[in-house]
Design a binder for this molecule. Structure first.
Ligand code: SAM
Length: 329
């Protein structure tokens, strides 16, 4: 699937629910968001149909996300069904890790061995605060269990927030030195949530500087057989794991963008920081043919902008009007 700018689009992030068992302050409002009803979200068989058609068009990689994917009933069976889609080469899951310990063996047995866990603090109280109630120990137990079961790689995604977790940069780097994890710091993005974006945004360069004071970072070239996506990855010299930096704000990677997003309510979103979406749900529920669905997928591919609009850090210009939990991050 080539887009207008000759980028090969072969990656789909699928949000299977907008519900989440956490309320991270930068992701969802305290009072909750208007949750989509059962009929509003795509059924698993509808998602499998979209994926199967997209695979015939060139899709090779799917990441299952949410909301929190593990809160939707039937998630494991859905993962197993995805695994059976012929031609789909790479399936992974992004989770907040709260239910990981309970489900990790089943996820593995469903044939998924790549997992990303979101974790913004290694301090119990801070984790509780940023997630509005999350239990850090549950996540750490889930990650430990994932390692035991044989998940590889285990990636830990940490949104860098100035004044909140920038003082933990070295703790996270230490974790990556001790364990075979890839800790990826993600720049905070301006999304549907109102916040002091300009004050909280922290460019990756500042984190690299902090970590380099204690650890020697060796840049790794993104190799074909790795799954680093847009992250700049560094090996920690003498350590077991890696640290990575995903910089959608300071150094956007639009020229290498290969993805579409399927929202929980059945829209193909063409870019995180652009509101263009193509509705698939109406077509799916209106008994459309495979050819019609293929046409809509192609329409979304061709709608992809060359790059997302510049994010204006100082004015906290809001660029993604939807909350991340509906889109899947
Ligand atoms: N519940 C799952 C999880 O926690 O990984 C999947 C959904 S969550 C929306 C996906 C990712 O988006 C998480 O790593 C989260 O931290 C990230 N995210 C949400 N809002 C963000 C923002 N404003 N800037 C950067 N990352 C954000």
């Amino acid at each position: 699937m080539l887009d207008t700018y000759s980028r090969e689009i072969n990656y789909l992030r699928v949000s299977i629910t907008d519900r989440c068992n956490l309320h991270c302050v930068y992701c969802r409002p305290k009072e909750g968001i208007s949750l989509q009803g059962h009929e509003d979200i795509l059924r698993y068989e509808e998602i499998i149909r979209v994926v199967s058609i997209a695979v015939k068009m060139g899709l090779i990689k799917v990441r299952v996300t949410g909301g929190e994917p593990l809160v939707r009933r039937g998630c494991i069976e859905f993962l197993a069904a995805l695994k059976r889609v012929e031609g789909l080469k790479d399936i992974s899951l992004t989770t907040n890790g709260i239910f990981l310990e309970e489900f990790v063996r089943k996820i593995f047995d469903a044939g998924i061995s790549r997992i990303n866990v979101s974790l913004d603090s290694l301090n119990r109280d801070k984790y509780f605060k940023i997630t509005r109630g999350g239990n850090l120990d549950a996540v750490l137990c889930g990650i430990a269990r994932a390692e035991e079961v044989g998940f590889f790689p285990i990636k830990i995604n940490t949104v860098a927030i100035k004044g909140f977790n920038d003082d933990e940069a070295l703790d996270f780097a230490r974790l990556a030195a001790e364990k075979p994890f890839q800790i990826r710091f993600i720049e905070l993005m301006p999304t549907g949530q109102k916040m002091n974006y300009g004050e909280e945004y922290m460019p990756a360069s500042q984190l690299i500087e902090k970590i380099s004071q204690k650890f020697e970072l060796e840049p790794l070239k993104n190799k074909k057989n790795r799954s680093d996506g847009p992250a700049r990855i560094f090996k920690i010299r003498g350590g077991r794991g890696e640290v990575g930096f995903i910089n959608p704000v300071s150094d956007h990677f639009c020229h290498t963008c290969n993805r579409l997003r399927l929202t929980s309510d059945g829209k193909l979103r063409v870019c995180l920081l652009n509101e263009a979406e193509v509705d698939l749900k109406n077509a799916l529920r209106g008994n459309c043919s495979d050819e019609e669905l293929e046409k809509l997928i192609r329409e979304a591919v061709l709608l992809k902008p060359k790059k997302h609009d510049e994010v204006c850090v100082e004015n906290s210009l809001k660029k993604c009007l939807r909350n991340m939990s509906e889109i899947g991050g």
